[in-house]
Design a protein around this ligand. Structure first.
Ligand code: NAD
Length: 503
């Protein structure tokens, strides 16, 4: 069986660990690879390689660093099919969704191609008479990225294109559930001309992560994953003097107003609730319907659409499925446990996705689309991030109750409103406690040139990923104030005995 190793100093580095993780094809339930769970000294070797490569890469002109990104972008495009198949085979999402994730990652690479402009810094002439100031945005050194299973390509690409383009070196620790993408990205970066040691990949679990959080050579840590781990990463990295951005979990709500275009909203909610089997941090998992009539109409529309959904493997010869399997048997059982709890706690199960069977894929990790009505805030299916294809409908009498409900939830990643009324949408955008807001847009993921991040317990740390925040995160500002003594031009050759002053 193929073993997924590490990539250190420009080449595959075989690990001597005796600990391995199993990598499965979630559509078949078969183990396809094993991944090394690296020892601490192997992670230290990756950090050492990144540390050694940093000084020369830092001095490389931004234009040349950008040219590596341009080549990397072309290689990502040329290898799109291979990459998307690998994503689908290890993660389970359908092929077109894997292409979509690659595209969103590629857009960050495109953003990073503009780094000579983005990293220009600031400049002021005459901050005092004859005195000028300019700031330099310098790279930090070795940066680390620790990423989740649900976007094995896009989430690492939220981080390293900007880190590398700004002149840092990088160590990526991908999810051990779908680790192969990280190595392919490393090979493509090398092919694009990135010097050895500037980008390294270590596979592993907590033991590997803890080295990245504590090694003094690591200057900054970017993390995306669940909230309890994000909190641990942020507090540990910060306690060791590192800059840290740690993005956590979510429970994204949308409000459905009585005046909304119901057909449009229903279609959007279907895609946002069940796309990628609900394993997106921006998945919509709660619909808050204002008024019983609105809720009843939506329920009828969703039930009809769910019945037409095709659930099956991510890669097929014929027409594509709408939804693939979830990541693992354990995760499937956890989702089923939540559905059981929803029923026990009194929610009305309108569509039951438990026991979903896909012909010819008896051992795949499938959960069918599931719809609950009459969900209340005290239920665990409302409170917890299920991270599966389970949509909850909460009924409220008015807009204000809907808004207060959203604002009380511990998470604040994305949120959306469906309405035809501009004033309501405007008020919602202003008052909702969430980092990303959609108006008739169900998954408001900001583009690469904006920044991505939630509020409340969906993020720890002040700076979001990509966009201007990304450039800020991976650089530190140095401000130089300059005055030149009276030059040869004015030279009188007389001595001056008065105290020099500004202004
Ligand atoms: P996870 O927290 O289990 O794992 C994320 C990473 O942390 C992995 O690389 C893993 O190896 C590592 N890790 C796990 N346990 C650790 C520990 N005890 N100590 C140190 N490192 C540890 O998350 P996951 O299951 O891979 O991903 C799903 C979660 O990620 C969901 O909660 C989802 O909402 C979240 N997510 C958030 C965003 C966002 O932008 N906010 C984006 C994608 C995913």
């Amino acid at each position: 069986m193929e073993t997924v190793h590490n990539f250190i100093n420009g080449q595959i580095a075989e690990s001597s660990t005796e600990r391995f993780g199993a990598v499965f094809n979630p559509a078949t339930g078969e183990q396809t690879r094993k991944v090394v769970l690296s020892k601490a000294e192997e992670v230290e070797a990756a950090v050492a390689a990144a540390h050694a490569a940093f000084p020369a890469w830092k001095k490389t002109p931004p234009l040349r660093r950008a040219r590596v990104m341009f080549k990397f972008k072309a290689l990502l495009e040329a290898n799109q099919d291979k990459l998307a198949r690998l994503i689908s085979n290890e993660h389970g999402k359908v092929y077109s969704d894997a292409v979509g994730e690659l595209t969103r990652g590629l857009e960050v690479v495109e953003f990073a191609c503009g780094i000579p402009h983005l990293q220009k810094g600031e400049s002021s002439a005459n901050v005092g008479s004859g005195v000028d100031s300019h700031s330099i945005m310098q790279p930090l050194g070795v940066c680390a990225g620790i990423t989740p299973f649900n976007f094995p390509a896009m989430v690492p690409m939220w981080m390293f294109p900007i880190a590398l383009a700004t002149g840092n070196s990088f160590v990526l620790k991908p999810s051990e559930k779908d680790p192969s993408l990280g190595l392919m990205l490393a090979e493509l970066l090398k092919e694009a001309g990135l010097p050895d040691g500037v980008f390294n990949v270590v596979n592993g679990d907590k033991e590997a992560v803890d080295v990245l959080l504590t090694d003094p050579r690591v200057q900054a840590v970017s993390f995306v994953g669940s909230t309890p781990i994000a909190e641990y990463i942020y507090s540990t990295a910060s306690a060791h003097g590192k800059r840290c951005q740690a993005l956590g979990g979510a429970k994204n709500h949308c409000i459905l107003m009585p005046d909304a275009d119901l057909e449009m909203a229903s279609g959007a909610i279907m895609g946002a609730g069940f796309g990628a089997a609900g394993e997106r941090c921006m998945a919509l998992s709660v619909v808050v319907a204002v008024g019983d009539e609105t809720a009843d109409k939506l329920l009828a529309s969703l039930s009809e659409s769910i019945n037409k959904m095709r659930v099956g493997p991510g890669i097929v010869d014929g027409p594509e499925n709408d939804m693939g399997p979830v990541i693992s048997a354990q995760h499937r059982d956890k989702i089923v446990g939540y559905i059981d709890a929803g029923v026990e706690q009194g929610a009305k199960l309108v569509v039951d996705g438990r026991g979903c069977q896909v012909e010819g894929h008896d051992n795949g990790y499938f959960v069918g689309p599931t719809l609950f009505d009459d969900v209340t805030p005290d239920m665990t299916i409302y409170q917890d991030e299920i991270f599966g294809p389970v949509l909850s409908l909460v009924r409220v009498p008015d807009y204000q109750t809907a808004l207060e409900l959203i604002n009380r939830h511990e998470y604040g990643n994305g949120s959306a409103i469906f309405t035809r009324d501009g004033e309501t949408a405007r008020q919602f955008s202003e008052d909702v406690l969430a980092g990303m807001v959609g108006v008739n847009v169900p998954i408001p993921v900001p583009m690469a040139f904006h920044s991505f991040g939630g509020w409340k317990r969906s993020i720890f740390g002040p700076l979001n990923v990509h966009g201007n925040d990304g450039v800020r995160f991976y650089t530190r500002m140095k401000t130089v104030t300059t005055r030149w003594p009276a030059s040869v031009r004015l030279e009188t050759h007389d001595s001056h005995f008065t105290m020099p002053t500004m202004g």
